[in-house]
Design a protein around this ligand. Sequence first.
Ligand code: AMP
Length: 280
Amino acid sequence: MREISDIDRMRSWRDGLWADCSVGLVPTMGHFHRGHLSLIRRARVENDQLAVSIFVNPIQFDQQEDYRKYPRDHQRDRQLAQREGVNALFTPDEAELYPSGYSSYVEVEGLTDCLCGAARPGHFRGVTTVVSKLFNILRPHRAYFGKKDYQQYRVIQRMTRDLNFDTQVVGCPTVREENGLAMSSRNQHLTPGQREAALALYRALQRGRRMIEQGRRDPAAIERAMRQLIDEQPQVQVDYLQVRDAVDLSHPGEVAGEALLAGAVYVSSTRLIDNVVVKI
Ligand code: AMP
């Protein structure tokens, strides 16, 4: 495995690959868990060469504190990447991606106005900017994103289409703990009691799913029932909990087609997100 932290060397690695070599990319912020590994494993089998990036992207954080305390464990990540057969580990620092005088950003309109986009101003602008840069540097045939960050996956898909990147965006299922809690680097911040409390989000989404499966179609009633379950858990505060159309993320008058149930909660100061997609 090559570990590369500068852009020119990363480009040279890419340029040196044989003509019809397929390249997969898994962009990450590190501190790998089984969610990351599921993307890496899929990308490994679907491509001749696999690049994984690790970069805690400062411009996608709306809270300095969240950025500062974001968990990092480079040694362990490097070992795991090596073991999974990653060919190139791209680990730029902030000055490499955003040198002084940096002033260009990529923004997807519409899809980013709701859910995490509304709750975290500037977040998706940071995500789409860094992913565009990675796509330009690595020119991957396929890039892998987790549906745990469902809105991010849709936003990247739209950006890729709108800006004509020659990259296929592959969405991968959410990996969960045995009890259902979605794996996240931020789970690291939770005490065992808080992890238990955090399950309220998963349970609320399952309640919403069951309601739809039982024929309920009124988004407001489903949102109320989901929220009720979380309100019973004093350690968990709802940031948002909504029913949306799973394709364009619009707020449906009535649940139809593919519905996205998406939630964000705070457990103490840790923000967690999760979602389920229900096909009718
Ligand atoms: P992150 O390092 O949190 O930015 O995540 C890097 C990639 O891994 C993103 O595409 C995430 O959506 C994906 N990911 C994070 N957690 C999970 C999970 N529990 N299941 C599947 N994919 C995940």
